[in-house]
Design a protein around this ligand. Structure first.
Ligand code: FAD
Ligand code: UDP
Length: 378
């Protein structure tokens, strides 16, 4: 039988991902609070979990996690728990028998169209193809207004339809707007000022975050199993907000992924960390080869194929107006529920990157600390 936690705590935190673990660390070390952290999975680190697989290759269980941010404050905070190794992420897209840089850049255009454009000519080339869109609302509008329909169809339409199970015209502009268009030869996926990976991995970072005597950790434990057994003053919930409320307003849609992990008896599989497959002729969206991300030297290599699906763990909130509206109604319920704070990618139904979740957890801590100071004065 699974052991269920009991005892008396200031905070019960559901979820040992970035949201829950950062908040646990702050509450324990800064306010001396007694914190219980639970996760239904058998490990810490949430979707950022990494480990050595049975062949000794260092992999990310839930697909590629690349740390990038412009926020010095977030790097300073996390640097208390990890050293870093520099890593600039590069991605190629498999288009028409060629692997070309994505984000679309000068090299992409010259390779695809067998041209020798310079930066100015590349900008003119794109302008001549771009279709003016008066009111940019959707993920189709964003791309078509920058690069025109042909490049949109080559790089974005199929990938997005696979990834989200929706046409880009049905998705908020913020989704494809994550991927810029360039006319220079910069082939980095991100341009953030910090592009770094935890030197010993994410799981080691989380071990350090949670290594405080005031923090009790229980893994393989679902909130439902303990909600009436643990004595706590305040609940921090980083799971899906609709699940917490028993889906009483209806289900918030999430996109799921099936990860197919393979280890190959060869040193290298592909030329960069990630290759995207925008064509709808293949069912997966991208292949990741982890050794680029981790810097590990190993005679074998491990890769992961991502197959988007409707079934399984909720990985991506789906940004579109009707979902945001339903989330707002759950938010209103949350606001009317004292003693519970929702955060994280699932708790706030936002397509957040890791650094944004850390930022949200630090801001939430400041809010709770002010409330705590108010209580102490009262
Ligand atoms: P999670 O990491 O999802 O943690 C929530 C935890 O709560 C989970 O472990 C879950 O098991 C637990 N939980 C939920 N409900 C319950 C319950 N009822 N009882 C007990 N436990 C529960 N971000 C980047 O910055 N860079 C990237 O390159 C990047 N790549 C990504 C690739 C993929 C495929 C995915 C899916 C995400 C990626 N992200 C990336 C986003 C990143 O994973 C998230 O921003 C981050 O992990 C969110 O942290 P979190 O704590 O909010 O949620
Ligand atoms: N996208 C695409 N083609 C690509 C890369 C991205 O159509 O080659 C679109 C797709 O809709 C994807 C979104 O842009 O979901 C955001 O891409 P990103 O790489 O940021 O996705 P994530 O790493 O969060 O899965």
């Amino acid at each position: 039988m699974k052991r269920t936690p009991s005892g008396s705590y200031d905070y019960l935190i559901v979820g040992a991902g970035f949201a829950g673990s950062v908040l646990a660390e702050r509450l324990a070390t800064q306010l001396g609070k007694r914190v219980m952290v639970i996760d239904r999975r058998p490990h810490i680190a949430g979707n950022a979990f990494d480990h050595y697989n049975e062949d000794g290759v260092w992999v990310h269980r839930y697909g590629p996690h690349i740390f990038h941010t412009n926020a010095q404050r977030i790097v300073d905070y996390l640097s208390q728990f990890t050293e870093w190794r520099p890593y600039e992420h590069r991605v190629l897209a498999q288009v028409n028998d060629q692997q070309v840089p994505i984000p679309i850049n000068l090299t992409t255009l010259n390779m695809l169209y067998d041209l020798d454009l310079d930066e100015t000519q590349a900008a003119e080339f794109l302008t001549s193809r771009a279709e003016p869109v008066e009111n940019i609302r959707t993920s189709e509008d964003v791309v078509v207004s920058q690069v025109g329909r042909e490049l949109y169809e080559m790089f974005f339409r199929g990938y997005t339809r696979k990834q989200w199970g929706l046409d880009p015209s049905e998705l908020d502009k913020s989704v494809t707007a994550r991927v810029p268009t360039r006319t220079n030869t910069d082939d980095r996926y991100f341009t953030d000022s910090f592009q770094i990976m935890p030197k010993d991995g994410y799981t080691a970072l989380f071990e350090n975050l949670l290594a405080h005597p005031n923090i009790t950790l229980q893994l393989g434990v679902d909130f439902e199993a303990v909600r009436d057994q643990v004595d706590y003053h305040h609940l921090i919930y980083t799971g899906p907000i609709d699940e917490y409320f028993g889906y009483q307003l209806g289900k918030l849609p999430y996109r799921c992924l099936r990860f197919q992990h393979e280890t190959l008896n060869q040193e290298v599989f592909q030329p960069v960390g990630v290759v995207n497959y925008p064509s709808e002729d293949v069912p997966y969206t991208r292949i990741t080869e982890y050794k680029y991300l981790t810097g590990q030297q190993h005679p074998k290599t491990s890769v992961t194929y991502e197959f988007p699906t409707d079934q399984g763990d909720p990985y991506y909130p789906i940004p579109r107006a009707e979902n945001t509206e339903l989330y707002r109604r759950y938010r209103a319920l949350a606001n009317a529920t004292p003693g519970v704070t929702f955060l994280g990618r699932l708790g706030s139904y936002r397509y957040y990157n890791m650094d944004q979740v850390v930022g949200q957890a630090l801001a939430t801590f400041e809010y709770l600390a002010e409330a705590h100071a108010g209580d102490s004065l009262a």
